[in-house]
Write a protein that binds this ligand. Sequence first.
Ligand code: GLN
Length: 242
Amino acid sequence: MKLTICWLYGNAMNIYGDRGNVLALAQRCKWRGIDADVVHSGIGDPLEPGRYDIFFWGGGQDREQINVSADIQGRKGEVLKAEVADGAPLLSVCGGYQLLGTYYRPHDGDELPGISLFDAWSVAGHERFIGNVVIDSDEFGELVGFENHSGLTHLGPSAHPLGRVRIGHGNNGQDGFEGCHYKNAIGCYMHGALLPKNPVVSDYLIRAALRRRYGVDELGALDDSLETAAHASAVKRASVQR
Ligand code: GLN
């Protein structure tokens, strides 16, 4: 079996360890004997329907989001939305998460249109939220990561949050929610990278991809003792930050 991981805008939007998510997905496939190809889709690159099994879109500064926002409009955004509507798994972090909503209005400059994959919108606040984040998610349990954003994201009536904030700010520091979860697509403010410390999410994305591509639901267990230790130490560090 082989899975193709599409890394959206990896050259323009890759900060605070986001690259680690692509490495974690590919490695957790390989440890199970599943071939994993990582393919970049950057500014000006097409997005071929049916070619990819998992999508990843990392974070980026306002400056980078300007060109990326323009690039994802039109056919490319429509293809991505159709893939996700068809069950394709996707992980997006911070700036990528924001552009999967309806728009992101940065401090300076024009409002940047998104593609409304998530029923959400984002507006830059006056304070930058920086620090460790711990959330409680019904689907995934306790998740830990690192946030660094000025954008405040608000969820619309049809949006389902990824979890409730225990430590940190999350979507907007007001409503207590972090992230968004729609079909097999996840948006969040959790850099770090997220996946190496939260293998439950990696395996969710890989399992969804295998189910869609091969109709396979089984995923062999791995020895996650290192991941579990990294998770525990990150939660401990976040707890003293409070
Ligand atoms: N530029 C966006 C903001 O400041 C996203 C930042 C990020 O991806 N970390 O909110």
